[in-house]
Design a protein around this ligand. Structure first.
Ligand code: NAD
Ligand code: UFG
Length: 345
């Protein structure tokens, strides 16, 4: 029962986690419907690990086919559930699609866990559940604020569903990982973040601007109540983040949980402003970035960064990579994909 089912495993964080799992000797099967990722990601994973993971192109909203995957791989012992729609702005325009995808996928997986006696589950949550926090850095005990988008609400609802699902299933064990801002790519540059269309997130927008795919970066506000006026986030390297998932799986499999439902903040503990990210990128790449400050973006919080000490102490996990190496990895990935696909975003 050493196999891990990774939903959304060809996506950004999922693909990096598949690599970390395989390098630790886990068998993996990926479920992904390729709605926001490409099949070539499997080549990247194979290039790094020397082995192609099992892959099933299935939509988790299709209950029958989701159950078929559990039939086909009876050695599935745990699940990491990445698959979801994740664009905050799009979720405001298409709320029902977000609720339908993110919530039904989870329910079918939980039903499959019941039916096939799989007990270990790791969930991709987000610091978005804290909204604009009252105190910084944010601990896991910070109050859940009303979600500012349907996307954020799906994360809150999913965490509630998970807690309820535990009550009649005493064998279930669940870890919810609340990510802060994942950035960067695998140091091999064989996998990374491949946003479809115009990126919403800061770092892919920076690298696409630097490579000439975008005219300029629009910086959303410099009149925040922060030291330099720019918004502050906790940017966490995606490989560091992925390592935490392997540790969470091991914790579940070895019954080391303190409670049946555990929550961990995954961040560096350091808040950085948009300007600091831009300046660091310019310094390490030697490229001048064209950017312009515009109005604040609706729904953005002023600042949020993690208190990761619970994850540091309990999981024995710590973010290790520097901002410099993380931004360089994002830049190497951008150059690699543009040369490989000559893609226009
Ligand atoms: P991603 O879009 O790169 O990966 C998600 C993958 O899930 C994609 O490959 C997509 O094709 C797949 N998918 C979506 N719906 C599916 C369905 N119904 N059936 C099968 N596959 C489906 O996103 P990511 O950045 O890797 O995020 C992974 C998880 O982490 C998501 O749950 C996201 O909400 C969460 N998260 C991401 C961030 C971030 O900034 N990237 C921050 C906090 C939380
Ligand atoms: N920003 C810009 N210009 C851009 C893009 C972003 O100035 O073109 C700024 C934002 O205003 C913010 C910072 O860069 O201050 C980071 O923005 P991102 O869009 O990269 O990230 P967010 O913090 O808004 O949100 C991300 C994910 C969410 C997730 C959240 C917390 O997009 O899905 O982190 O995990 F919920």
């Amino acid at each position: 029962m050493n196999r891990v089912l990774v939903t959304g495993g060809t996506g950004y964080i999922g693909s990096h986690t598949v690599v970390e799992l395989m390098e630790k000797g886990f068998d993996v099967v990926i479920i992904d419907n390729l709605s926001n990722s490409q099949i070539e990601v499997l080549d990247g994973i194979a290039g790094i690990t020397g082995k192609r993971p099992d892959f099933e192109q299935v939509d988790l909203r299709d209950k029958a086919n989701t159950f078929n995957v559990f039939r086909k791989y009876p050695d599935i012992g745990s699940i990491i559930h990445f698959a979801a729609f994740k664009a905050v702005g799009e979720s405001v325009e298409k709320p029902l699609e977000y609720y339908h995808n993110n919530i039904n996928s989870l329910i079918y997986l939980l039903e499959a866990m019941n039916a096939f006696r799989v007990n270990n589950f790791v969930f991709s949550s987000s610091c978005t559940v804290y909204g604009e926090p009252d105190t910084l850095p944010v601990t896991e005990n910070a109050p859940i604020k009303k979600a500012s988008s349907p996307y954020g609400n799906t994360k809150q609802i999913c965490e509630e569903i998970l807690q309820d699902a535990l009550i009649p299933n005493p064998d279930f064990k669940i870890i919810s990982l609340r990510y802060f801002n994942p950035i960067g790519a695998h140091p091999s540059a064989l996998i990374g973040e491949l946003p479809v269309g115009v990126p919403n997130n800061l770092v892919p927008f920076i690298t696409q601007t630097a490579i000439g795919l975008r005219d300029e970066l629009r910086v959303f506000g410099n009149d925040y109540n922060t030291p330099d006026g720019y918004g502050i986030r906790d940017y966490i390297n995606v490989v560091d983040l992925s390592r935490a998932h392997v540790i969470a799986i091991e914790r579940l499999l070895e019954n080391r949980q303190k409670q049946k439902f555990e929550i961990f903040n995954l961040g560096t503990g350091k808040g950085l402003s948009v300007l600091e990210i831009i300046q660091t990128f310019e310094r390490i790449t030697g490229k001048k970035l064209k950017y312009r400050v515009v109005d604040r973006r609706d729904g953005d919080v002023e600042q949020v960064y993690a208190d990761p000490s619970y994850a540091n102490n309990e999981l024995g996990w710590k973010a290790e990579k520097t901002l410099e190496e993380t931004l360089l990895s994002a830049w190497s990935w951008e150059k690699y994909i543009r040369s490989k696909y000559n893609a226009k975003g």
